[in-house]
Design a protein around this ligand. Structure first.
Ligand SMILES: [Zn+2]
Length: 143
């Protein structure tokens, strides 16, 4: 990829990252009050759980998608500095520049993305997966 094209992508990613960081800060401020109210109710219902743990849970829930997006952008910027930007993470092929122009943080080529989406549709959501039985037993014993 030509240096000036790469620089364009780098600037777009940086701009996107700044916007996201700004949005995350705003969300955190806006949610501070409702977070504590919600946490109070949760603590009230679950006296065994710590407030810290609940706050973490609530913030992660509220910020989840933005935090994920930030992570993807960070890793794209990392790749630019390592000169591996634009390579498909799955098959190693060069991702089409047209695709990167639409989605500069893309980590895999169109073919692998399509495959991934097909797998995502059939796989259960991570939260819906049952916990490993070992962990359940351990937690039960702990009480
Ligand atoms: Zn690929």
């Amino acid at each position: 990829m030509e240096a000036h094209v790469l620089e364009q992508f780098r600037l777009r990613l940086l701009t996107k990252r700044n916007l996201l960081l700004h949005a995350v800060k705003k969300t955190m401020e806006e949610n501070r009050q409702s977070d504590s109210r919600m946490s109070f109710e949760l603590v009230h219902d679950n006296p065994d759980r710590s407030v810290d743990e609940l706050l973490k849970h609530v913030s992660a829930h509220v910020l989840g998608s933005k935090a994920d997006e930030l992570e993807v952008i960070e890793s794209a910027l990392q790749k630019i500095s390592e000169n591996s930007y634009g390579e498909c993470e799955v098959c190693g092929a060069q991702i089409a520049t047209e695709r990167l122009q639409v989605c500069p943080e893309a980590v895999c080529c169109i073919a692998c993305q399509a495959l991934r989406e097909r797998i995502d549709r059939t796989a259960p959501e991570p939260a819906a997966r049952p916990q490993p039985p070992g962990l359940h037993d351990y937690l039960d014993d702990d009480e």
